[in-house]
Write a protein that binds this ligand. Sequence first.
Ligand code: C5P
Length: 402
Amino acid sequence: MNKRVLLIIGGGIAAYKSLFLIRELARRGVQSRVIITKGGTEFVTPLSAGALSGDKVFTDLFDLTDEAEMGHIELSRAADLVVVAPATADLLAKAAHGIANDLATTTLMATDKRVLFAPAMNVRMWEAASTQRNVQQLLDDGAYFIGPDAGDMACGEFGPGRMAEPPVIADHILGLLQGDTSLDGLRAPKPLKGRHMLITAGPTREPIDPVRYLSNHSSGKQGYAIAAALSGLGAKVTLVSGPVNLQPPEGVDCVRIETAREMLAACEAALPADCFISVAAVADWRPKACGDKKIKKDKDGIPPLNLTENPDILRTLSKAENRPQLVIGFAAETNDVINHAKAKRAKKKCDWIVANDVSGDVMGGDHNEMILVTPDGETTWPRQSKTGAARQLALKIAQALL
Ligand code: C5P
Protein backbone atom coordinates (compact mmCIF):
# COMPACT_ATOMS: atom_id res chain seq x y z
CA MET A 1 0.00 0.00 0.00
CA ASN A 2 1.53 3.30 -1.03
CA LYS A 3 -0.10 5.58 1.52
CA ARG A 4 1.13 8.20 3.93
CA VAL A 5 -0.23 9.32 7.27
CA LEU A 6 0.60 12.48 9.11
CA LEU A 7 1.07 11.42 12.73
CA ILE A 8 0.75 14.10 15.40
CA ILE A 9 2.29 12.96 18.68
CA GLY A 10 0.85 14.86 21.65
CA GLY A 11 2.34 15.35 25.09
CA GLY A 12 1.36 12.32 27.13
CA ILE A 13 3.06 9.30 28.63
CA ALA A 14 1.49 7.17 25.86
CA ALA A 15 3.68 9.01 23.32
CA TYR A 16 6.17 6.14 23.50
CA LYS A 17 3.51 3.83 22.05
CA SER A 18 3.34 6.06 18.97
CA LEU A 19 6.91 5.02 18.16
CA PHE A 20 5.62 1.43 17.97
CA LEU A 21 2.76 2.71 15.81
CA ILE A 22 5.22 4.19 13.29
CA ARG A 23 6.96 0.81 13.08
CA GLU A 24 3.67 -1.12 12.87
CA LEU A 25 2.48 1.11 10.02
CA ALA A 26 5.79 0.79 8.16
CA ARG A 27 5.47 -3.00 8.43
CA ARG A 28 2.11 -2.71 6.67
CA GLY A 29 3.45 -0.44 3.95
CA VAL A 30 2.18 2.87 5.34
CA GLN A 31 4.68 5.70 5.66
CA SER A 32 4.46 8.15 8.57
CA ARG A 33 5.42 11.79 8.54
CA VAL A 34 5.59 12.98 12.13
CA ILE A 35 4.81 16.20 13.98
CA ILE A 36 5.63 16.20 17.71
CA THR A 37 4.04 18.88 19.87
CA LYS A 38 6.16 20.77 22.36
CA GLY A 39 4.71 18.63 25.17
CA GLY A 40 5.32 15.51 23.10
CA THR A 41 9.03 16.24 22.90
CA GLU A 42 9.14 15.89 26.70
CA PHE A 43 8.27 12.21 26.21
CA VAL A 44 9.82 11.17 22.89
CA THR A 45 12.56 12.75 20.84
CA PRO A 46 12.33 13.84 17.21
CA LEU A 47 15.46 11.76 16.70
CA SER A 48 13.73 8.46 17.63
CA ALA A 49 10.61 9.29 15.62
CA GLY A 50 12.76 10.30 12.66
CA ALA A 51 14.86 7.15 12.84
CA LEU A 52 11.71 5.00 12.77
CA SER A 53 9.85 6.96 10.10
CA GLY A 54 12.92 7.55 7.97
CA ASP A 55 11.77 11.11 7.41
CA LYS A 56 12.24 14.58 8.80
CA VAL A 57 10.24 15.23 11.98
CA PHE A 58 8.48 18.58 12.41
CA THR A 59 8.15 20.25 15.77
CA ASP A 60 7.64 24.00 15.64
CA LEU A 61 5.47 26.24 13.51
CA PHE A 62 7.86 29.11 13.89
CA ASP A 63 10.88 27.27 12.59
CA LEU A 64 11.47 29.42 9.55
CA THR A 65 13.46 26.80 7.69
CA ASP A 66 10.64 24.27 7.96
CA GLU A 67 8.07 26.86 6.99
CA ALA A 68 10.11 27.73 3.93
CA GLU A 69 10.49 24.05 3.01
CA MET A 70 6.94 22.99 3.78
CA GLY A 71 4.16 25.09 5.29
CA HIS A 72 1.59 23.60 7.60
CA ILE A 73 -1.08 23.70 4.91
CA GLU A 74 1.00 21.65 2.54
CA LEU A 75 2.11 19.34 5.35
CA SER A 76 -1.51 18.53 6.23
CA ARG A 77 -2.50 17.94 2.64
CA ALA A 78 0.39 15.78 1.56
CA ALA A 79 -0.95 12.98 3.80
CA ASP A 80 -3.80 10.56 3.07
CA LEU A 81 -4.94 10.61 6.69
CA VAL A 82 -4.11 12.62 9.81
CA VAL A 83 -3.69 10.63 13.03
CA VAL A 84 -3.41 12.23 16.46
CA ALA A 85 -1.85 9.78 18.93
CA PRO A 86 -1.80 10.33 21.82
CA ALA A 87 -4.59 12.89 21.58
CA THR A 88 -4.40 14.74 24.89
CA ALA A 89 -7.32 16.58 26.52
CA ASP A 90 -5.61 19.82 25.47
CA LEU A 91 -5.29 18.81 21.80
CA LEU A 92 -8.92 17.64 21.70
CA ALA A 93 -10.07 20.92 23.24
CA LYS A 94 -8.06 23.01 20.79
CA ALA A 95 -9.17 20.97 17.79
CA ALA A 96 -12.82 21.16 18.89
CA HIS A 97 -12.67 24.94 19.23
CA GLY A 98 -10.47 25.90 16.31
CA ILE A 99 -7.56 27.06 18.43
CA ALA A 100 -4.47 27.01 16.25
CA ASN A 101 -1.38 28.23 18.07
CA ASP A 102 1.33 25.76 17.10
CA LEU A 103 2.26 23.52 14.21
CA ALA A 104 0.10 20.55 15.31
CA THR A 105 -3.08 22.57 15.83
CA THR A 106 -2.69 24.76 12.73
CA THR A 107 -2.14 21.60 10.69
CA LEU A 108 -5.26 20.01 12.19
CA MET A 109 -7.28 23.08 11.33
CA ALA A 110 -5.93 23.36 7.80
CA THR A 111 -6.26 19.74 6.75
CA ASP A 112 -8.73 18.59 4.13
CA LYS A 113 -8.12 14.95 5.09
CA ARG A 114 -9.90 12.67 7.55
CA VAL A 115 -8.64 12.85 11.11
CA LEU A 116 -8.38 9.94 13.55
CA PHE A 117 -7.89 10.72 17.24
CA ALA A 118 -6.48 8.13 19.67
CA PRO A 119 -7.13 9.78 23.04
CA ALA A 120 -4.96 9.08 26.08
CA MET A 121 -5.30 10.80 29.42
CA ASN A 122 -6.17 10.30 33.07
CA VAL A 123 -9.58 8.66 33.54
CA ARG A 124 -11.05 11.70 35.29
CA MET A 125 -9.84 13.98 32.52
CA TRP A 126 -11.42 11.66 29.92
CA GLU A 127 -14.71 11.55 31.80
CA ALA A 128 -14.75 15.31 32.47
CA ALA A 129 -17.82 16.96 30.97
CA SER A 130 -15.58 19.32 28.97
CA THR A 131 -13.64 16.47 27.31
CA GLN A 132 -16.84 14.58 26.51
CA ARG A 133 -18.32 17.75 24.98
CA ASN A 134 -15.18 18.24 22.89
CA VAL A 135 -15.26 14.61 21.69
CA GLN A 136 -18.91 14.99 20.71
CA GLN A 137 -18.09 18.21 18.86
CA LEU A 138 -15.25 16.54 16.96
CA LEU A 139 -17.50 13.57 16.10
CA ASP A 140 -20.13 16.02 14.88
CA ASP A 141 -17.43 17.69 12.80
CA GLY A 142 -16.63 14.34 11.18
CA ALA A 143 -13.59 13.10 13.10
CA TYR A 144 -12.94 9.43 13.89
CA PHE A 145 -11.97 8.04 17.28
CA ILE A 146 -10.24 4.91 18.45
CA GLY A 147 -10.18 4.15 22.17
CA PRO A 148 -9.38 5.02 24.84
CA ASP A 149 -9.13 1.57 26.41
CA ALA A 150 -9.87 0.88 30.04
CA GLY A 151 -7.25 -0.58 32.35
CA ASP A 152 -4.48 0.27 34.78
CA MET A 153 -3.03 3.66 34.01
CA ALA A 154 0.42 5.14 34.39
CA CYS A 155 -1.02 7.58 36.97
CA GLY A 156 -2.01 4.64 39.20
CA GLU A 157 -5.77 4.88 38.53
CA PHE A 158 -8.00 2.42 36.74
CA GLY A 159 -10.52 3.13 33.98
CA PRO A 160 -10.83 4.40 30.42
CA GLY A 161 -7.97 6.65 29.38
CA ARG A 162 -5.24 4.35 28.08
CA MET A 163 -4.35 4.89 24.46
CA ALA A 164 -5.50 2.04 22.20
CA GLU A 165 -2.72 -0.41 21.41
CA PRO A 166 -0.63 0.38 18.29
CA PRO A 167 -1.73 -2.72 16.30
CA VAL A 168 -5.39 -1.82 16.93
CA ILE A 169 -4.79 1.79 15.86
CA ALA A 170 -2.93 0.48 12.81
CA ASP A 171 -5.93 -1.76 11.91
CA HIS A 172 -8.19 1.26 12.11
CA ILE A 173 -5.82 3.35 10.00
CA LEU A 174 -5.67 0.64 7.36
CA GLY A 175 -9.49 0.44 7.38
CA LEU A 176 -9.77 4.17 6.82
CA LEU A 177 -7.07 4.21 4.13
CA GLN A 178 -8.78 1.34 2.32
CA GLY A 179 -12.06 3.23 2.42
CA ASP A 180 -13.87 0.96 4.90
CA THR A 181 -17.36 2.39 4.50
CA SER A 182 -18.70 0.81 7.69
CA LEU A 183 -16.53 3.35 9.52
CA ASP A 184 -17.56 6.19 7.24
CA GLY A 185 -21.19 6.40 8.26
CA LEU A 186 -20.13 7.20 11.80
CA ARG A 187 -18.47 10.30 10.47
CA ALA A 188 -21.80 11.77 9.44
CA PRO A 189 -22.64 14.47 11.97
CA LYS A 190 -25.84 12.67 13.08
CA PRO A 191 -25.80 9.07 11.79
CA LEU A 192 -29.11 8.26 13.50
CA LYS A 193 -30.99 11.29 12.21
CA GLY A 194 -34.52 10.30 11.17
CA ARG A 195 -34.38 7.06 13.20
CA HIS A 196 -36.64 6.24 16.15
CA MET A 197 -35.11 4.41 19.11
CA LEU A 198 -37.32 2.91 21.79
CA ILE A 199 -35.63 2.12 25.07
CA THR A 200 -36.77 0.88 28.47
CA ALA A 201 -34.89 1.63 31.70
CA GLY A 202 -35.09 1.32 35.46
CA PRO A 203 -37.07 -1.14 37.56
CA THR A 204 -40.79 -1.81 37.52
CA ARG A 205 -42.94 -1.65 40.63
CA GLU A 206 -45.59 -4.30 41.17
CA PRO A 207 -48.18 -3.31 43.79
CA ILE A 208 -49.09 -5.63 46.65
CA ASP A 209 -51.64 -3.17 47.97
CA PRO A 210 -52.01 0.63 47.61
CA VAL A 211 -48.87 1.30 49.71
CA ARG A 212 -46.59 -1.72 49.22
CA TYR A 213 -44.84 -3.06 46.14
CA LEU A 214 -42.28 -5.56 44.75
CA SER A 215 -39.32 -4.07 42.90
CA ASN A 216 -35.54 -4.34 42.40
CA HIS A 217 -32.32 -2.32 42.70
CA SER A 218 -32.07 -1.09 39.09
CA SER A 219 -30.94 2.58 39.08
CA GLY A 220 -31.76 3.29 35.43
CA LYS A 221 -28.28 4.82 34.93
CA GLN A 222 -27.23 2.55 32.04
CA GLY A 223 -30.54 2.92 30.16
CA TYR A 224 -30.57 6.71 30.60
CA ALA A 225 -26.95 6.93 29.40
CA ILE A 226 -27.83 4.91 26.27
CA ALA A 227 -30.85 7.13 25.61
CA ALA A 228 -28.57 10.20 25.88
CA ALA A 229 -25.92 8.69 23.60
CA LEU A 230 -28.49 7.74 20.93
CA SER A 231 -30.04 11.18 21.10
CA GLY A 232 -26.53 12.65 20.72
CA LEU A 233 -26.21 10.72 17.45
CA GLY A 234 -29.34 12.44 16.17
CA ALA A 235 -32.01 9.79 16.89
CA LYS A 236 -35.52 10.51 18.10
CA VAL A 237 -35.57 8.61 21.39
CA THR A 238 -38.55 7.36 23.41
CA LEU A 239 -37.47 6.33 26.88
CA VAL A 240 -40.02 4.26 28.81
CA SER A 241 -38.84 4.50 32.37
CA GLY A 242 -39.72 2.88 35.66
CA PRO A 243 -39.39 4.93 38.88
CA VAL A 244 -35.79 6.23 39.15
CA ASN A 245 -34.01 9.24 40.62
CA LEU A 246 -32.76 10.58 37.29
CA GLN A 247 -33.64 13.48 35.02
CA PRO A 248 -34.45 12.37 31.47
CA PRO A 249 -31.66 13.40 29.07
CA GLU A 250 -32.35 16.57 27.11
CA GLY A 251 -34.28 16.05 23.89
CA VAL A 252 -35.45 12.55 24.90
CA ASP A 253 -39.17 11.80 25.07
CA CYS A 254 -39.66 10.16 28.47
CA VAL A 255 -42.78 8.13 29.36
CA ARG A 256 -42.95 7.27 33.05
CA ILE A 257 -44.64 4.06 34.11
CA GLU A 258 -44.69 1.87 37.21
CA THR A 259 -45.69 -1.70 36.37
CA ALA A 260 -44.48 -4.16 33.73
CA ARG A 261 -47.88 -4.13 32.10
CA GLU A 262 -47.79 -0.33 31.85
CA MET A 263 -44.28 -0.59 30.41
CA LEU A 264 -45.45 -3.01 27.72
CA ALA A 265 -48.44 -0.81 26.85
CA ALA A 266 -46.20 2.29 26.61
CA CYS A 267 -43.73 0.44 24.36
CA GLU A 268 -46.45 -0.85 22.07
CA ALA A 269 -47.92 2.63 21.85
CA ALA A 270 -44.49 4.05 20.89
CA LEU A 271 -44.04 1.70 17.91
CA PRO A 272 -43.01 1.81 15.11
CA ALA A 273 -39.32 2.13 15.96
CA ASP A 274 -36.11 1.23 14.13
CA CYS A 275 -34.52 -0.21 17.23
CA PHE A 276 -35.76 -1.44 20.61
CA ILE A 277 -33.30 -1.63 23.49
CA SER A 278 -34.67 -3.39 26.53
CA VAL A 279 -32.49 -2.24 29.42
CA ALA A 280 -35.18 -2.20 32.12
CA ALA A 281 -35.05 -4.68 34.97
CA VAL A 282 -38.64 -5.78 34.54
CA ALA A 283 -40.11 -7.65 37.52
CA ASP A 284 -40.66 -11.24 36.45
CA TRP A 285 -43.70 -11.66 38.68
CA ARG A 286 -46.42 -9.51 40.20
CA PRO A 287 -48.84 -10.16 43.03
CA LYS A 288 -51.92 -11.85 41.61
CA ALA A 289 -54.34 -9.47 43.19
CA CYS A 290 -53.92 -5.94 44.47
CA GLY A 291 -56.90 -4.74 46.45
CA ASP A 292 -57.73 -1.07 46.81
CA LYS A 293 -57.29 -1.20 50.61
CA LYS A 294 -54.09 -1.51 52.61
CA ILE A 295 -53.66 -5.04 54.00
CA LYS A 296 -54.04 -4.79 57.78
CA LYS A 297 -51.22 -6.23 59.86
CA ASP A 298 -53.16 -7.53 62.83
CA LYS A 299 -56.50 -8.41 61.37
CA ASP A 300 -55.43 -10.57 58.44
CA GLY A 301 -52.34 -12.35 59.86
CA ILE A 302 -49.38 -12.89 57.51
CA PRO A 303 -50.83 -12.60 54.02
CA PRO A 304 -49.77 -15.09 51.34
CA LEU A 305 -47.92 -13.48 48.43
CA ASN A 306 -49.53 -15.15 45.44
CA LEU A 307 -47.59 -14.27 42.32
CA THR A 308 -48.32 -14.44 38.64
CA GLU A 309 -46.01 -14.00 35.67
CA ASN A 310 -45.53 -10.60 34.06
CA PRO A 311 -45.53 -10.18 30.29
CA ASP A 312 -42.09 -10.48 28.74
CA ILE A 313 -41.74 -7.14 26.96
CA LEU A 314 -38.57 -8.03 25.06
CA ARG A 315 -40.01 -11.28 23.73
CA THR A 316 -43.33 -9.63 22.88
CA LEU A 317 -41.68 -6.88 20.84
CA SER A 318 -39.26 -9.35 19.21
CA LYS A 319 -42.25 -11.26 17.88
CA ALA A 320 -44.47 -8.26 17.12
CA GLU A 321 -45.84 -7.74 13.65
CA ASN A 322 -44.25 -4.31 13.52
CA ARG A 323 -41.01 -5.59 15.08
CA PRO A 324 -38.21 -3.00 15.11
CA GLN A 325 -35.37 -3.80 12.68
CA LEU A 326 -32.91 -4.24 15.54
CA VAL A 327 -33.99 -5.63 18.93
CA ILE A 328 -31.47 -5.65 21.78
CA GLY A 329 -31.92 -7.29 25.16
CA PHE A 330 -29.82 -7.03 28.30
CA ALA A 331 -28.79 -9.96 30.45
CA ALA A 332 -27.69 -9.42 34.00
CA GLU A 333 -25.89 -12.58 35.06
CA THR A 334 -23.79 -13.61 38.00
CA ASN A 335 -22.08 -16.66 36.44
CA ASP A 336 -21.44 -18.35 33.08
CA VAL A 337 -22.35 -14.99 31.51
CA ILE A 338 -21.76 -15.76 27.81
CA ASN A 339 -23.62 -19.09 27.73
CA HIS A 340 -26.60 -17.67 29.56
CA ALA A 341 -26.61 -14.68 27.22
CA LYS A 342 -26.54 -16.89 24.12
CA ALA A 343 -29.44 -18.96 25.45
CA LYS A 344 -31.34 -15.77 26.25
CA ARG A 345 -30.83 -14.41 22.72
CA ALA A 346 -32.44 -17.54 21.29
CA LYS A 347 -35.26 -17.64 23.83
CA LYS A 348 -36.19 -13.98 23.51
CA LYS A 349 -35.77 -13.94 19.72
CA CYS A 350 -33.86 -10.68 19.87
CA ASP A 351 -30.91 -9.79 17.59
CA TRP A 352 -28.29 -8.85 20.17
CA ILE A 353 -27.84 -9.43 23.87
CA VAL A 354 -25.72 -7.11 25.96
CA ALA A 355 -24.56 -9.24 28.86
CA ASN A 356 -22.99 -8.05 32.05
CA ASP A 357 -21.77 -9.68 35.18
CA VAL A 358 -23.75 -8.12 38.02
CA SER A 359 -22.01 -10.05 40.78
CA GLY A 360 -19.88 -6.91 41.46
CA ASP A 361 -20.97 -3.27 41.70
CA VAL A 362 -22.73 -2.94 38.34
CA MET A 363 -26.28 -2.54 39.65
CA GLY A 364 -26.58 1.01 40.88
CA GLY A 365 -22.86 1.69 40.21
CA ASP A 366 -21.29 3.96 37.59
CA HIS A 367 -19.23 1.38 35.69
CA ASN A 368 -20.01 -1.59 33.53
CA GLU A 369 -18.24 -4.31 31.56
CA MET A 370 -20.36 -5.30 28.60
CA ILE A 371 -20.20 -8.40 26.46
CA LEU A 372 -22.02 -7.97 23.19
CA VAL A 373 -23.51 -11.22 21.84
CA THR A 374 -24.62 -11.00 18.20
CA PRO A 375 -25.20 -13.64 15.50
CA ASP A 376 -21.52 -13.10 14.56
CA GLY A 377 -20.13 -13.99 18.00
CA GLU A 378 -19.19 -12.21 21.22
CA THR A 379 -17.13 -9.11 21.89
CA THR A 380 -16.07 -8.06 25.37
CA TRP A 381 -15.80 -4.34 25.94
CA PRO A 382 -13.47 -3.44 28.79
CA ARG A 383 -14.83 -2.12 32.07
CA GLN A 384 -15.64 1.55 31.59
CA SER A 385 -18.06 4.21 32.77
CA LYS A 386 -21.72 3.59 31.95
CA THR A 387 -21.54 6.73 29.79
CA GLY A 388 -18.57 5.34 27.83
CA ALA A 389 -20.28 1.96 27.40
CA ALA A 390 -23.44 3.74 26.24
CA ARG A 391 -21.50 5.71 23.64
CA GLN A 392 -19.83 2.55 22.36
CA LEU A 393 -23.17 0.73 22.10
CA ALA A 394 -24.83 3.72 20.42
CA LEU A 395 -22.08 3.81 17.77
CA LYS A 396 -22.45 0.06 17.22
CA ILE A 397 -26.21 0.51 16.77
CA ALA A 398 -25.63 3.40 14.34
CA GLN A 399 -23.23 1.23 12.34
CA ALA A 400 -25.76 -1.63 12.21
CA LEU A 401 -28.57 0.64 11.02
CA LEU A 402 -26.56 2.46 8.33
O1 C5P B 1 -35.39 -13.02 31.40
P1 C5P B 1 -34.46 -11.97 31.89
O2 C5P B 1 -35.11 -11.03 32.87
O3 C5P B 1 -33.15 -12.46 32.38
O4 C5P B 1 -34.11 -11.13 30.56
C1 C5P B 1 -33.57 -9.89 30.58
C2 C5P B 1 -33.98 -9.10 29.38
O5 C5P B 1 -35.35 -9.26 29.13
C3 C5P B 1 -33.76 -7.61 29.55
O6 C5P B 1 -33.51 -7.05 28.29
C4 C5P B 1 -35.11 -7.17 30.11
O7 C5P B 1 -35.33 -5.79 29.85
C5 C5P B 1 -36.07 -8.04 29.35
N1 C5P B 1 -37.30 -8.41 30.07
C6 C5P B 1 -38.53 -7.94 29.61
N2 C5P B 1 -39.68 -8.29 30.24
C7 C5P B 1 -39.67 -9.13 31.31
C8 C5P B 1 -38.43 -9.63 31.78
C9 C5P B 1 -37.27 -9.24 31.15
O8 C5P B 1 -38.55 -7.17 28.65
N3 C5P B 1 -40.79 -9.46 31.89
